[in-house]
Write a protein that binds this ligand. Structure first.
Ligand SMILES: [Zn+2]
Length: 316
C-alpha cells in the first residue's frame, strides 16, 4: 500500500466502560470495512461522506477545491452519489462541486433555502444545469433514506429566525451576534447569515448491532444552535461534526446535549480564522468525546458498528 497511509483506531467497547485504543501504522485496506462516515481532508472547508451502498454515498458539502473533493471520493471508491447536500453557499462548502461531479453519477443536489452569497448560488445553479442534475431545497422535518442511512432535516426552519432564538435566551447567544466581517467568498467570519442558514442533518445509520447516530451541523453559530436545541432536545449522537470548523463561537449547551463519542473538526492548516479554537476543542473534549481534526489527522473515517465504533485516519 502507498506510503503515507496512517491509521489510528479507536475502539469504543462498552457504553458504560469506554476503553480507548489508538494504534498507528499502515493498512492495505482503504476505506476500512463497514465504514459509515468520512470527513475528507479538503483544507479549510467541509466535505462529508455517508456510505449508502457499494460505491455509493450521500455527500454533504464539497470543500473549496474540486481536486481534493474528487481525490477523497476516489480513495473511498465512490462512483454514485444519489444526493449531494450543500449546507450553504459559501465557497468553502460549494466550490468543490465540480470535483464531486467528475466521472460520477450524481442524481440530485439539495441546498439550503438561503440564496446567499449570490455568487455561490449562481455557480451551483450553473454546474447543476450543465450536468442535468435537478436541485431541491432542504425542508425542515424532511425525512429521507438511502440504504442504511436515514436522516431528518433539523434546520434551517423558515419559521424561526436564528437572530431571535426562542426564549429563554442562552448565555452564548450574545457572542453570536457579532457583525459579519467582509469575506463574501470564504465564509470564515462570525455572525454570518449564510452560516446560520446551514442545513443540519440528524443522521441514523443502521449497523449489525444497532444504530449509529450522527449530527452534521454545517457552519451554524450559537443563534441557530440554540434554536435547534430548543426545538429538538434529543440531539444525542455518537458522532458530531463540530460546527463551523471549530470556531470559538459555540453554544456549550449544544455539545452537552449531543454528548458525542467522536467529534470531527474539518479545518485547514494555517487558516486565517483561527479555526479550530482551543476553547472549542476543550469544550467538546470535556463532553468525553475523542476529537479528530482533518488538518492534523487527514481524512477521518468512522467505521464498525454501534457497539464497536472505530475511527481510522489517513493522510494523502
Ligand atoms: Zn465553512
Amino acid at each position: 500500500m502507498a506510503a503515507g497511509v496512517v491509521v489510528a483506531v479507536l475502539l469504543v467497547l462498552m457504553a458504560a466502560i469506554v476503553a480507548l485504543y489508538v494504534i498507528r501504522g499502515r493498512t492495505a485496506n482503504w476505506p476500512p470495512p463497514n465504514w459509515i462516515f468520512a470527513a475528507c481532508d479538503v483544507g479549510q472547508g467541509d466535505a462529508l461522506v455517508l456510505a449508502a451502498g457499494p460505491a455509493e454515498a450521500v455527500v454533504i458539502d464539497t470543500g473549496p477545491d474540486p481536486a481534493k473533493a474528487d481525490h477523497c471520493l476516489t480513495v473511498l471508491g465512490i462512483h454514485k452519489v444519489p444526493l449531494l447536500v450543500l449546507t450553504h453557499f459559501h465557497a468553502d462548502h460549494v466550490d468543490g462541486v465540480p470535483g464531486v461531479l467528475k466521472g460520477r453519477t450524481v442524481t440530485e443536489i439539495e441546498t439550503t433555502n438561503d440564496p446567499d452569497p449570490p455568487r455561490g448560488v449562481s455557480e451551483v445553479t450553473a454546474w447543476a444545469r450543465t450536468a442535468g442534475i435537478p436541485t431541491t431545497v432542504a425542508t425542515v422535518g424532511e425525512h429521507r433514506r438511502f440504504g442504511p442511512v436515514s436522516w431528518d432535516v433539523l434546520w434551517p426552519d423558515p419559521n424561526v429566525s436564528p437572530s431571535t432564538p426562542p426564549e429563554p435566551a442562552r448565555k452564548s447567544h450574545r457572542r453570536g451576534r457579532r457583525q459579519a466581517r467582509a469575506s463574501p467568498r470564504g465564509g470564515g467570519e462570525e455572525g454570518s447569515g449564510p452560516n446560520n442558514s446551514s442545513v443540519v442533518l440528524q443522521v441514523t445509520v443502521s449497523t449489525r448491532d444497532g444504530p449509529v447516530r450522527l449530527l452534521l451541523t454545517g457552519d451554524i453559530e450559537p443563534p441557530s444552535q440554540a434554536a435547534i436545541l430548543a426545538a429538538h432536545p434529543d440531539l444525542a449522537a455518537d458522532v458530531l461534526k463540530v460546527p463551523h470548523h471549530g470556531s470559538a463561537h459555540q453554544d456549550p449547551d449544544l455539545f452537552a446535549a449531543v454528548h458525542p463519542r467522536v467529534a470531527v473538526i474539518s479545518v485547514g492548516k494555517g487558516n486565517t480564522y483561527g479555526h479550530p479554537a482551543p476553547r472549542t476543542i476543550q469544550l467538546v473534549s470535556g463532553t468525553g468525546a475523542r476529537v479528530f481534526r482533518t488538518d492534523d489527522d487527514g481524512q477521518v473515517v468512522v467505521f464498525g458498528t454501534a457497539a464497536r465504533l472505530r475511527v481510522a485516519t489517513r493522510r494523502g
